[in-house]
Design a protein around this ligand. Structure first.
Ligand SMILES: *Cc1c(COP(=O)(O)O)cnc(C)c1O
Length: 395
């Protein structure tokens, strides 16, 4: 009876091995940071999304513990039963103020926020337009909604414009990452907003990697481009990256948020996140706002790395963010380079299909405000030893 499944699974696992796409987990111990313990060994790591270095901040930890004493460890119920606590409510108000919108609504994760929002806004007969390189949760959200899904070429606003012009009736939603998670580049928001508006579509931006990091005050890609709620009616942010905790939120007008409370199934049918976590996030948000040096340091580290990598002949995109993609090509080559760096004490993740398109496997380097210039220099020295030589690429 079980044979069809176990046969299928065994063959799938074997095929992943053959293709060099088999994934395994590493076991990390202790606090996150530049130097971290992986599989029992100390490593200099460039893999986390803890951009501002808040995931191990003592003030955030103290707020979490105080939250546990006040609220206990779990919310005990969904938001619409008795799970919605004063801590959640205060955090929603502070997040709304941070992004300059009337309301914000907390979700348990970014994945759930995206599934919930798109399914609440669209159904059969509607249309959703997504950048080909959008995060998996956004593409899954489009599919789950039942709307007709069009994937336009990466960051190609004219192609989006044409797809919108050719689409029939129904509601239309354009969805994009703000900062693309595997390339670190920014979506061309002004052009996307113009195309959406010209065709009566709403624009939804998931700024998981931009909020807290991009923009002078950490307001993300919308602050960077100076765009308001009319240009981007739906903004999604996550809390597990720059803010160092866990969870996500959607921010927009009163009507949108009230509708999500009624309609978003990933909001309704799940336990509210622990209220203590909301207290921790409130503390992280205060630090992110009060300490711009964290963003400035990220920019300086990124520039130092880009200048050094360019002189090694490494192919870098145009990303102005702490996500730097070193494009390698073949999946096996990316894995080999990552292993060679690790043999030198440095941890950089290889990113392979299906996370990125075939032939664009890469090393994905991310920086944190906890990195020092000497860490960047160590990474560059190791890259100089392992990066394949090309003619004229190196002295
Ligand atoms: C990480 C990420 C998510 C998922 O957020 P979680 O809170 O980790 O579920 C969603 N969208 C983008 C663009 C992301 O990078």
């Amino acid at each position: 009876m079980n044979e069809p499944f176990s046969g299928f699974l065994r063959e799938d696992l074997a095929a992943r091995h053959r293709a060099g796409l088999y994934r395994t987990r590493r076991v990390r111990d202790g606090l996150p940071g530049a130097e971290t313990v992986i599989d029992g060994r100390g490593r200099l790591a460039f893999c986390s999304n803890d951009y501002l270095g808040l995931a191990a901040h003592p003030d955030v930890a103290v707020a979490l513990l105080a939250g546990v004493r006040r609220y206990g460890t779990g919310a005990g119920a969904a938001h619409l039963i008795t799970g919605h606590c004063a801590a959640h409510h205060a955090l929603e108000e502070e997040l709304a103020a941070f992004v300059g919108r009337p309301r914000a609504l907390l979700f348990s994760t970014g994945y759930m926020a995206n599934l919930g929002v798109v399914s609440a806004l669209l159904g059969r007969g509607d249309r959703v337009f997504e950048d080909r390189l959008n995060h998996a949760s956004l593409l899954d959200a489009g599919r789950l909604s039942g709307a007709r899904l069009t994937r336009y070429p990466h960051a190609d606003a004219p192609a989006l414009q044409r797809a919108l012009a050719a689409a029939g009736g129904g509601r239309r939603l354009v969805v994009s990452d703000g900062v693309f998670s595997m390339d670190g580049d920014l979506a061309p928001l002004p052009e996307l907003a113009r195309a959406a508006r010209a065709h009566g579509a709403w624009l939804m931006i998931d700024d998981a990697h931009g909020l807290g990091v991009v923009g002078a005050d950490g307001g993300g890609v919308l602050e960077h481009y100076g765009l308001d709620i009319d240009a981007v009616p739906v903004l999604v942010g996550t809390l597990g990256k720059a803010f160092g905790t866990f969870g996500a939120f959607v921010a927009g007008e009163e009507t949108l948020i009230e509708a999500l409370i009624q309609r978003a199934r990933t909001y309704l049918y799940t336990t509210a996140p622990p209220p203590a976590l909301a207290e921790a996030t409130r503390a992280a948000l205060r630090i992110a706002r009060a300490e711009p040096w964290r963003r400035e340091r990220l920019r300086a580290l990124t520039e130092r790395f880009r200048a050094g990598a360019r002189s090694l002949g490494v192919s870098l995109g145009a990303a102005p963010t702490p996500i730097q993609a070193l494009i390698v090509g073949a999946a096996a080559a990316a894995s080999d380079l990552s292993a060679a760096l690790e043999a030198r004490g440095i941890l950089v993740s290889p990113i392979r299909p299906p996370t990125v398109p075939e032939g664009t496997s890469r090393l994905r380097v991310t920086f944190s405000a906890l990195h020092e210039e000497a860490h960047v220099d160590r990474l560059l020295e190791a890259l100089a030893e392992v990066w394949p030589r090309r003619d004229g690429a190196r002295g």
